[in-house]
Design a protein around this ligand. Structure first.
Ligand SMILES: [Zn+2]
Length: 235
């Protein structure tokens, strides 16, 4: 079979019609700076987390606070998973939520088959760069959180899920050698400030024992990691 006999539907790939279509789309998009862009969830504020731990340490679980932090984390995690998919060439369409297609070329672009949304790739890419949205070694933990959080039967369970996630490290999944704490993708601020913040979070006496145990483990892992002595701390 030669290239000219390969069929897509009823039309051979690379027919003059196809080229004309692509040329028009590319031109339109390079002129269009107003295309609809995805909006990603921000990292959480430290004050949000601080309030949660303070309140939970007093022996009562503040359900509203747990949900406030939990659903903010849920939104952030969903954005991280979507960005990871976009990096793999499967960007979510910001208009209808379907998976759009990435088209390579001198002016790469994304296009959604379901609703017709299009966007130059350079603009799409800019929306997620340098925002800590690449899940990396955190991906399996982030996915686990998204799957379990909404389905958790109790707020105590939700608190433990939040606590477990923010105390993860990228290297723990075994895929990434870097010692970056997962919290740097989830909580705003520089890494060294985030680590100091988590380290001095006051828990109170009535925190669930799993939470206290997680912090002890987290401290042990961090002390044993070369990043704790300064590597990458400025980022
Ligand atoms: Zn769409």
């Amino acid at each position: 079979m030669t290239a000219s006999t390969v069929q897509t539907g009823s039309r051979p790939v690379g027919s003059p019609d196809t080229f004309r279509l692509l040329a028009t789309e590319t031109k339109e998009m390079s002129d269009d700076r107003d295309c609809q862009l995805p909006v990603w969830a921000h990292r959480l504020r430290k004050s949000q987390i601080e309030r949660l731990y303070k309140s939970c340490g007093k022996g009562r679980l503040d359900e509203e606070l747990i949900d406030d932090v939990g659903f903010s984390l849920y939104a952030r995690c969903t954005s991280m998973l979507q960005v990871s998919e976009a990096i793999r060439g499967r960007p979510p369409c910001p208009n209808c939520g379907a998976t759009a297609q990435f088209h390579e070329g001198p002016t790469a672009f994304a296009k959604c088959r379901d609703c017709g949304w299009t966007c130059p790739w350079a603009l799409y890419k800019k929306t997620y760069q340098r925002k800590g949205l690449f899940a990396g070694g955190m991906e399996s933990f982030v996915r686990d959180f998204v799957q379990k959080f909404a389905a958790a039967r109790s707020h105590r369970e939700r608190l433990v899920l939040i606590d477990t996630l923010i105390h993860r490290f990228h290297w723990e999944s075994g895929d990434h050698a870097g010692g970056r704490p997962g919290a740097s993708s989830l909580i705003e601020g520089k890494m060294k400030d985030i680590m100091a913040f988590l380290d001095r979070l006051s828990y109170g006496d009535d925190i669930p024992p799993e939470v206290a145990h997680t912090r002890e483990e987290w401290r042990r892992k961090w002390r044993g990691n070369p990043w704790s002595s300064g590597r990458g701390q400025g980022s």
